[in-house]
Design a protein around this ligand. Structure first.
Ligand code: MN
Length: 288
């Protein structure tokens, strides 16, 4: 069975000692195998404290982030791109430090709405930087995940096909495709083809509903998505993502465009999501 996880932002908007304790123990109590820790500001994460709390609960971890316009590695402004490279390098080090073998998300551009299309130069810049970051990550034992996101959150990589092309250009063994069915539901023709296309280069999965609330209450075709995962024999991690302004900070709400609250009780939400994902995995394995 795939390892199941939940994004820390389901539990807490920050990462103080107490935030970390609540997020880690709640993840464990809800029955998950790992927690996904956001590293939007890696320098703010207390590595030793986080590692200690994870070890105390016997819980695994992965990490994710989205760059900003100030740290956009695809920027043609040398200073901005270099700042992004430093942030990514630091995020790799923090991931390794807390014992997380994976760092995914929007590692390739700002996670924001662009007003112009990506240029060939911005693509080249991004590939160049990620090549160097992948070398650091390989030394640290960290795999990088390229997560295609919808057109309102990046102009550089919106589909599995583009993510695969980016990975081909980076040409490092420790860079994989990170698919999220919330974004796929907006950008892809269906939820099966991209999984078959990525096949053994798929390394991480985000499970989110069309409105990023309760799984099964929106329009995402989960049965088809999970059957595709079973068909390619996907054994990797599967993490639940859902966001509500009840929990996350104003900054996160702005970055992720969370203007409504799909839920108020995060425990009930998380327990339901774990059950839902497990049921889908079991049903899909039987079906293929
Ligand atoms: Mn995602």
């Amino acid at each position: 069975m795939n390892r199941l996880g939940v994004h820390a932002l389901v539990w807490t908007g920050g990462w103080s000692n107490e935030d970390c304790r609540v997020a880690v123990t709640s993840t464990k109590e809800a029955g998950f195998d790992f927690i996904e820790v956001p590293l939007l500001d890696p320098a703010a994460v207390d590595v030793a404290m986080t590692r200690k709390q994870l070890e105390a609960e016997g819980l695994g971890a992965t990490c994710s982030l989205g760059l900003s316009f100030e740290t956009d590695i695809s920027s043609e402004d040398d200073e901005v791109s270099a700042r992004g490279e430093r942030l990514l390098t630091s995020a790799v080090e923090v991931s390794a430090g807390i014992g997380a073998p994976f760092l995914g998300g929007v590692l390739y551009s700002a996670m924001d709405k662009y007003r112009t299309p990506a240029t060939p130069a911005s693509w080249e810049r991004c590939v160049e930087v990620l090549g160097r970051v992948a070398e650091v990550a390989a030394r640290e034992g960290v795999t990088l995940g390229i997560e295609p996101v919808n057109r309102y959150e990046s102009n550089l990589c919106n589909s599995a096909r583009q993510a695969l092309q980016m990975i081909d250009h980076i040409a490092a063994d420790n860079v994989v495709v990170h698919l999220d069915c919330y974004h796929m539901n907006i950008e892809e023709g269906d939820l099966e083809t991209p999984v078959l296309l990525a096949a053994d280069r798929l390394g991480y999965v985000h499970v989110g509903e069309s409105h990023r609330g309760y799984l099964g209450s929106g329009t995402v075709d989960f049965a088809r998505f999970f059957r595709a995962l079973a068909r390619v024999g996907y054994q990797g991690p599967v993490a639940f993502e859902s966001f509500s302004s009840q929990v996350i900070s104003q900054e996160f709400c702005s970055a992720l465009a969370v203007w409504r609250d799909p839920w108020t009780d995060n425990r009930a939400l998380a327990v339901h999501a774990r059950r839902f994902m497990q049921d889908q995995l079991v049903a899909a394995k039987r079906a293929v």
